[in-house]
Design a protein around this ligand. Structure first.
Ligand code: GLU
Length: 465
């Protein structure tokens, strides 16, 4: 039998870090076992669901590379099927109509709270209720009253819940629309889901879902409830902790594989290894090895991982993800030096693609001024003479490459009988405007002859002023 896993987000907001990690675990598990991964959009809450959220979720999944084999399925397309199941459960006496009013249920709850009891439905309509004129009933599932539900959770281990602790859950509202636990059960069954990987905030729904499945004559899937992600203050990760949407990480200059790598490690490990290729993850990851305890989100670690990926990925791949960030600062890399060479030269100087775009900029755009403090230091003494001399030599160079450029710097050192720093410092500031840069000869080669000479002139003018 093929393994079938799924991700079933409710489109009531963007794809957040926690949801993405759950999706990733489910996806990896499916890939590991040569199974299928299904995407299901749980949009039955018409008031809170939106098309924008659906799009944001799909965008996030695509960016992360979590491609699905089936879907997206939309629960709103399946109302007829849910109605059919509800009717069948009613016909078989496995569900019943309940006419209790909101006021009655509120009073019941208050009384139970006052008695320090767990608030739950008392089963008043369970043995047959009289229809009330003008009242559309809700439909409740007839939960077993005896025995217990045993969940053999792949992460949490064995979880046992006594049926006497569960009440008769509403499966259809009075307007006939199905509720979450009913739709999930019907979908997981119809879609042949064998493994449900989801957040452990759903663990208390699982015994109810298993009971409904049993009433439908079906065997439950395997469950893996993933512990939550906490912020550094120990509270559940949320907007309060800063960026939590996957797309905001894209926009902040993270590579998708860096975020994947970070998310997988957040709650799972393989010895001390920090960096994993996707192939390695598919081979090594197992849902059963996910930590039982919650994990804490660490933005610095994520930055470090991103930096490692920027340093080690193929430059062409980096360019693909860097392009929008170059666009954001108005940089068109076709006008100027080869961007691949610039990426190679600068990638160790950036933790994000936003920073990388910034440190690439001076290769393409001139700057209007020099930073004050470094200028005071680098442009003192005979700096203008040094710059004149190197300018003359560079402008006469027959070939523009770093070796030839370096020879000219050495020539100035010898002719003027000064240390290399006396040439390098003013020249570097002149050409880079104080931006972080690699070896000076390489920097100058990449900036190109015209821009280099123009910038040396600008520096000389600055000194003479
Ligand atoms: N739609 C639910 C949510 O977004 C998930 C349901 C499930 O995975 O069973 O929280």
């Amino acid at each position: 039998m093929t393994l079938r896993a799924r991700f079933a987000p409710s489109p009531t907001g963007y794809l957040h870090i926690g949801g993405a990690r759950t999706a990733l675990y489910s996806w990896l598990y499916a890939r590991k076992h040569g199974g299928q991964f299904v995407l299901r959009i749980e949009d039955t809450d018409l008031e809170r669901s939106s098309v924008e959220s659906v799009n944001a979720i799909l965008e996030g999944m695509t960016w992360l590379g979590l491609e699905y084999d089936e879907g997206p399925f939309y629960q709103t397309d399946r109302f007829d099927r849910y109605k059919e199941v509800i009717k069948q459960l009613l016909d078989e006496g496995k569900a019943y109509k309940c006419y209790c009013s909101r006021e009655e249920l509120d009073a019941l709850r208050e009384q139970q709270m006052a008695n320090k009891e767990k608030p739950r439905y008392n089963g008043l309509c369970r043995e047959g209720a009289e229809a009330r004129a003008g009242v559309e009933p809700v439909i409740r599932f007839r939960n077993p009253t005896e025995g217990a539900v045993v969940i053999d959770d792949m992460i949490k281990g064995k979880v046992v819940i006594k049926n006497c602790e569960l009440d008769d859950l509403i499966i259809a509202r009075s307007d006939g629309t199905p509720t979450y636990n009913l739709t999930v059960v019907v979908d997981d069954l119809d879609m042949g889901i064998t493994h449900v990987v989801r957040g452990d905030d759903h663990l208390n729904n699982t015994p109810r879902q298993i009971n409904i499945l049993a009433a439908m004559g079906a065997k439950p899937p395997h469950y893996a409830h993933v512990p939550m992600i906490l912020g550094e203050d120990g509270k559940r990760l949320s907007k309060r902790h800063g960026a939590v949407s996957v797309i905001s990480y894209r926009d902040a200059g993270f590579l998708p594989e860096a975020l994947i790598n970070y998310l997988v490690r957040l709650g799972w490990s393989h010895g001390d290894q920090e960096l994993f290729s996707l192939e390695e993850l598919i081979e090594l990851f197992d849902v059963a090895d996910v930590n039982r305890a919650a994990s804490t989100f660490n933005p610095d670690k994520l930055l470090w991982i991103n930096q490692q990926y920027i340093i080690n990925s193929e430059p062409e791949h980096i360019l693909h993800h860097l392009s929008p960030h170059l666009g954001n600062i108005g940089l068109d890399p076709t006008e100027g030096p080869n961007i691949i060479e610039v990426i190679k030269a600068q990638r160790e100087r950036a933790k994000t693609l936003v920073e990388l775009a910034k440190v690439c900029e001076f290769y393409y755009h001139d700057f209007s001024d020099f930073p004050e403090k470094p200028a005071k230091k680098a442009f003192k003494g005979d700096a203008n003479l040094v710059l004149e001399s190197i300018k003359n030599k560079l402008s006469a160079l027959p070939e523009w490459n770093r070796t030839a450029i370096h020879q000219q710097m050495e020539a100035v050192v010898a002719e003027m009988e000064i240390g290399f720093g006396k040439v390098g410092m003013p020249l570097r500031l002149a050409v880079t405007g104080g931006n972080p840069s690699p070896d000076l000869d390489l920097t100058i080669e990449l900036v190109g002859r015209e821009a280099t000479l123009r910038r040396i002139d600008q520096a000389i003018a600055h000194i003479n002023k």
